[in-house]
Design a protein around this ligand. Structure first.
Ligand SMILES: *[C@@H]1O[C@H](CO)[C@@H](O)[C@H](O)[C@H]1NC(C)=O
Ligand SMILES: *[C@@H]1O[C@H](CO)[C@@H](O)[C@H](O)[C@H]1NC(C)=O
Ligand SMILES: *[C@@H]1O[C@H](CO)[C@@H](O)[C@H](O)[C@H]1NC(C)=O
Ligand SMILES: *[C@@H]1O[C@H](CO)[C@@H](O)[C@H](O)[C@H]1NC(C)=O
Ligand SMILES: *[C@@H]1O[C@H](CO)[C@@H](O)[C@H](O)[C@H]1NC(C)=O
Ligand SMILES: *[C@@H]1O[C@H](CO)[C@@H](O)[C@H](O)[C@H]1NC(C)=O
Ligand SMILES: *[C@@H]1O[C@H](CO)[C@@H](O)[C@H](O)[C@H]1NC(C)=O
Ligand SMILES: *[C@@H]1O[C@H](CO)[C@@H](O)[C@H](O)[C@H]1NC(C)=O
Length: 363
């Protein structure tokens, strides 16, 4: 609390001095120090982002205000991409921080998981904090680096937390490959692949140790070209109105599509199974036009397969052709193959095939 009141006081002083000047992008609290890449533990040099065992928020998650631009230069070619990615990362990092603060070693052991489960969650939390620092440094001095909002995950048990971990990791692998399609700089593309590889190691750990499954998901994980549509689904975890005032919007651009879920008693989610979709946000329902045909388009690996979607019954079928491994993504589209971003009308829905039990609504 003392630091909050000090920064409030200095903000008042700056205002008093600059009464007649345009508000300059002034340091907001102590977060501005994050602008210095040499400040704090340095990713790939320090072991901090692997083995900080503290239960309190690790750097840079221990700062709550955005870092404002320190130059009037042109924004970096991939600044917007990394602002979006940092927005997602702050939610993911906060999910693991929530796990570290909510549970302890005994909680996972009592729920039947290996004795090192909590330690692994701490380690993944540290890796995610390191991603936050890496993405901050990918954003140029001419653009704002966002800070965490407050998040609500609706999770009360270790098993629900571990199920969400599996979905979070495989969904991030998918949006990272999608973001490669937006990247301008070759160096950004390589960084995105390297981060996806780390998320894939987290996923493989969970599959082996937690779910006792094969860690392998066939020859290729799933590419979904409209990465911002996946990022948009993460906004459901943000406590409304809780983001720091200076944060950029997240994500940009955003279609605010109706979210897609399914009736859990309607399907096994296995290839060939019928499925009844549902549009779970009452405030954002689809607007299906009479006389237009809509489709359910499913993505798996490098493929997509289009199936009928009945707007009267919300019924479709999971493509029988797919191998029951890894990740399926489903969207509702007005065009077979959903070939343009504007042809997507609802979704995406994340369906994990390994293990099926982690899909939301099933546990
Ligand atoms: C964190 O805990 C792990 C596992 O007990 C240990 O190997 C590591 O050295 C600890 N890190 C620090 C900085 O104490
Ligand atoms: C945040 O953590 C870093 C690394 O431990 C430390 O250097 C810094 O002083 C901390 N800052 C705040 C505001 O807690
Ligand atoms: C940007 O330019 C304006 C007007 O020249 C100046 O007041 C401001 O301090 C500059 N901001 C930065 C971050 O350099
Ligand atoms: C773990 O958390 C439970 C429930 O909050 C508590 O009763 C227990 O003492 C904690 N165990 C350890 C080792 O901290
Ligand atoms: C990216 O790499 C390709 C292939 O080497 C090269 O042709 C292109 O100029 C590079 N683009 C940038 C922006 O550096
Ligand atoms: C499945 O669940 C839905 C929604 O809760 C319900 O309306 C429907 O009757 C259920 N169907 C069956 C076959 O139990
Ligand atoms: C299909 O979805 C629409 C939109 O949410 C809903 O109004 C309708 O009740 C659903 N129909 C069935 C049969 O589930
Ligand atoms: C889906 O597959 C079709 C056929 O290969 C392709 O034309 C279409 O662009 C793909 N859709 C997306 C979103 O990649």
């Amino acid at each position: 609390m003392p630091s909050a009141s000090i920064s409030l006081l200095s903000a008042v002083l700056v205002l008093a001095v600059n009464m007649h000047a345009a508000p300059a992008p002034s340091p907001q609290g102590s977060s501005q120090i994050l602008d210095d890449p040499k400040f704090g533990p340095i990713p790939d040099e320090s072991s901090y982002y692997t083995s900080d065992n503290s239960t309190s928020p690790p750097f840079p998650g221990n700062y709550s205000q955005p870092v404002f631009p320190t130059s009037n230069g042109t924004a970096g070619a991939d600044d917007l991409l990394f602002q979006n990615l940092l927005g997602a990362e702050l939610a993911i990092y906060s999910f693991y921080q929530f796990g570290v603060e909510t549970f302890n070693q005994s909680a996972f052991v009592e729920a039947g998981y290996p004795s090192h489960t909590y330690q692994r969650i701490v380690e993944i939390r540290d890796n995610e904090a390191g991603h936050g620092r890496i993405f901050e440094e990918q954003i140029s001095d001419a653009s704002t680096k966002p800070a965490p909002c407050k998040y609500q995950f609706g999770i009360t048990s270790p098993v629900a937390f571990l199920a969400a971990h599996t979905v979070v990791e495989i969904a991030s692998m998918a949006f990272l490959t999608g973001l490669v399609l937006q990247a301008q700089l070759n160096s950004s593309k390589a960084a995105l692949v390297a981060i996806a590889e780390t998320e894939s190691r987290h996923e493989a750990w969970g599959l082996i140790d937690i779910w006792q499954q094969s860690p392998f998901a066939g020859p290729v994980d799933t590419v979904f070209p409209y990465a911002n549509e996946i990022l948009d689904t993460t906004t459901v975890f943000i406590v409304p109105g809780s983001c720091p005032a200076g944060n950029p919007s997240y994500p940009v651009p955003s279609q605010r599509l109706p979210s897609l879920s399914y009736q859990s008693n309607s399907t096994t989610l296995l290839p060939g199974s019928p499925v009844t979709f549902a549009f779970s946000n009452p405030a954002n329902q689809p607007d299906f036009e009479a006389g237009t045909t809509y489709y359910a388009v499913y993505f798996h690996g490098l493929l997509n397969i289009t199936e009928p979607f009945d707007t009267k019954t919300n019924a479709s079928i999971i493509p029988p052709e797919f191998e029951a491994r890894g990740l399926f993504l489903a969207v509702i589209s007005d065009t077979p193959g959903a070939p343009t971003i504007d042809s997507v009308k609802a979704g995406p829905l994340v369906i994990t095939e390994q293990p099926l039990v982690v899909n939301s609504g099933v546990l």
